[in-house]
Design a protein around this ligand. Sequence first.
Ligand code: ZN
Ligand code: ZN
Ligand code: ZN
Length: 308
Amino acid sequence: MEMQSIKIETDYMGYKTLRCKLVPNKDCDKKGKNYVKIMMALHKIRCFPDVLVMDQFNLASLKFKEITEANLCIEKINKELQDILKVYIDRCTITSKGVITDWPFNIQELWEALESRDDIVQLEKMKRKVYNPEKKESLFKETDNIIIMMKGNRLATKLKIYEGMGYLKVRPYIETVKQCYNCFRFGHMKTVCKREAKCPVCGAEAHGLCNEPLKCCNCDGSHRSTYKGCSVYQRNRDIKVIMAYDNVSYHDAVRMITDQEETSEVRYDRYEARMRSPRLPVSYADIGKQPFKVSGEVTPEKRREEVK
Ligand SMILES: [Zn+2]
Ligand SMILES: [Zn+2]
Ligand SMILES: [Zn+2]
């Protein structure tokens, strides 16, 4: 979820992230070229993010240490680059999401019991997907848990209730891993799937009742494609946990997890077995596509020196 933005209001430690997208007729299908186009446009308006990385083929994350620089960048893009770039504030830069499990009453009653409501952006009941085998469809059912969205990038771990008599615990909200029930890959739902239907048992093209040996569509392992112990599922789950606990976007979480993997891989390679490069399963489904890496961080100081 992204928000069309005016400016970032609260300052805090860490990067302020903007997401910047080329408008449809200004992009092309090559990520590398779009990266250069985005840099060119930002250079024109003298905007130098501390970090600039591509999230998708036409979408970049711009990270700023200073809130003033981030806000100036939004202003300049909206004023001078309207026909080239669209800019949003990354959701995690302005809000954090948590879950309340101990509230026994309804949302209205929670609202009234809270000592301070200033930082609360949204309260909603958590929904869970329930499959109805008769109708062959999934429905969302409300649960007792409440999802809370708060201002600021650091989630409060407790909220004062009943005039400060006590607290209500808040823990980070971990999204569930989406799995498609058509192609059995992760990250999207059946309703938007454009791939061919697969058999969740043997991994071949869908064919009804199956007596073939087990083979997973995602990792080729000998388990069903819906098995929660699958390494690809686990990786997707790890990404969701990082997203929740570090309050970062999906793309940032993928970068964090990939950096970890690469770091351990290099060490292993160099000292243990040069010939055997241990790689995680490559079919990371939709998310798994190796994130495009832009070489390192370019500081504004460095950039400014270069243009001198
Ligand atoms: Zn699918
Ligand atoms: Zn089958
Ligand atoms: Zn698997």
